[in-house]
Structures are given as structure tokens and as C-alpha cells.
Design a protein around this ligand. Structure first.
Ligand code: ZN
Length: 189
């Protein structure tokens, strides 16, 4: 009987580990979203400030207006933080390497409820993704314990404004795209 406390502790610890695994296992992952899927959406909404073109999947919980405001607000925060000027979202903006990023009004944003299968560098499940060829971002509402809603939005904007797809220069963007309480490796494409 003197091993009972140890046995109970072991069972307790084991149950914590399994619980995490179970949660991860049951977190929904939607089917592949590629450029073609994005192109087939109806971008019939517009954000009030930057006039980004938005399509929101009907399964997204947050109301449309809340999503549109959130996309605008966080884009403004990101541009202010990264470049010290949120007005560049209204203009053609040249990156250090000479790439010209068009105004945010030309960006299309597809908002989905869950993580999804993707074809990204080093990942096959994404919480968000930026398609540079068609200037479109897919961003998921949730699906990550403790990460908050739409936590990958600023990260995907970072990709539009110069973060490499393989994240080789991610450190230049971390201060302005980080989301508290999340393990970046877990959620970013
Ligand atoms: Zn990324």
C-alpha cells in the first residue's frame, strides 16, 4: 500500500497528458483550402476603414460587423507597430527589397471557423495562410486553446508585408505579430 500515493500521482499526471492529446485530437480541421477555393468565394463584404474585401464562412461564430472591425483595427495596429504609419494601408507601399504592396483595399480575406488543411512550407494544417500570388489571406476564427479569436491575422498580414513564407525573417516581425499565450509553432502556417 505504500506505493499507492505514487501510483495515484502517476495516474493523475498521465491523465493530464492524455487530456491534452484528446483535446488536440478533437480540435476540428477542415478540408484543404487552396487558391482555387479562395477564388470561388463571394467577397461581398467590405471593412469600413481600409475597405478590405471579405468573405465570411456561415459557420463563423462572431458577427460580421465584429469580424470586419477586428480586421481593420488589428491591421491598423500592425502597420503602426511595424512601420510607424498606419496610412500605408491606403497606398502602394514599397518594401526594402523593392516589392510593391498594394493598398489593403485590394486584399481579399476569407474568414473561416476552424483550422484547415493547407499546402504551406513545412505544414499541412494551418490556422491562417497568405497567398501572395492572388493577394488573399485565409484566417481562422479559433480552434486553439487559449489563443483567442483570429489570433493569426497579424501574422498573415506580416507575410503580406515582407515576412518570407519559410519564416526565415520572422524575427523582424515578431514584436508586431505576436499573440499572447500561444505557441507560435502550433498555429502559424
Ligand atoms: Zn507564417
Amino acid at each position: 500500500m505504500r506505493h499507492l500515493p505514487i501510483t495515484l500521482a502517476a495516474i493523475f499526471i498521465f491523465s493530464l497528458v492524455s487530456c491534452d492529446q484528446v483535446e488536440d485530437f478533437f480540435a476540428p480541421v477542415d478540408p484543404l483550402i487552396d487558391e482555387e477555393v479562395v477564388e470561388s468565394q463571394d467577397f461581398n463584404l467590405t471593412t469600413p476603414f481600409y475597405e478590405m474585401q471579405v468573405a465570411i464562412d456561415s459557420r463563423v461564430n462572431a458577427g460580421d460587423q465584429r469580424v470586419l472591425d477586428l480586421l481593420d483595427n488589428r491591421a491598423e495596429q500592425f502597420l503602426n507597430c511595424q512601420f510607424g504609419d498606419s496610412d500605408i494601408g491606403f497606398e502602394d507601399f514599397m518594401l526594402d527589397d523593392g516589392t510593391v504592396v498594394p493598398p489593403l483595399s485590394e486584399l481579399r480575406v476569407y474568414v473561416v471557423p476552424n483550422r484547415f488543411e493547407c499546402e504551406a512550407v513545412g505544414r499541412d494544417v494551418c490556422g491562417g495562410i497568405y497567398f501572395s500570388g492572388i493577394d488573399a489571406i485565409v484566417v481562422s476564427e479559433g480552434g486553439f486553446e487559449g489563443c483567442g479569436e483570429f489570433s493569426v491575422w497579424k501574422h498573415e498580414l506580416g507575410h503580406r508585408y515582407g515576412m518570407e513564407a519559410d519564416h526565415s525573417n520572422q524575427s523582424d516581425f515578431e514584436a508586431c505579430t505576436n499573440t499572447d499565450g500561444c505557441d507560435p509553432g502550433d498555429i502559424f502556417d
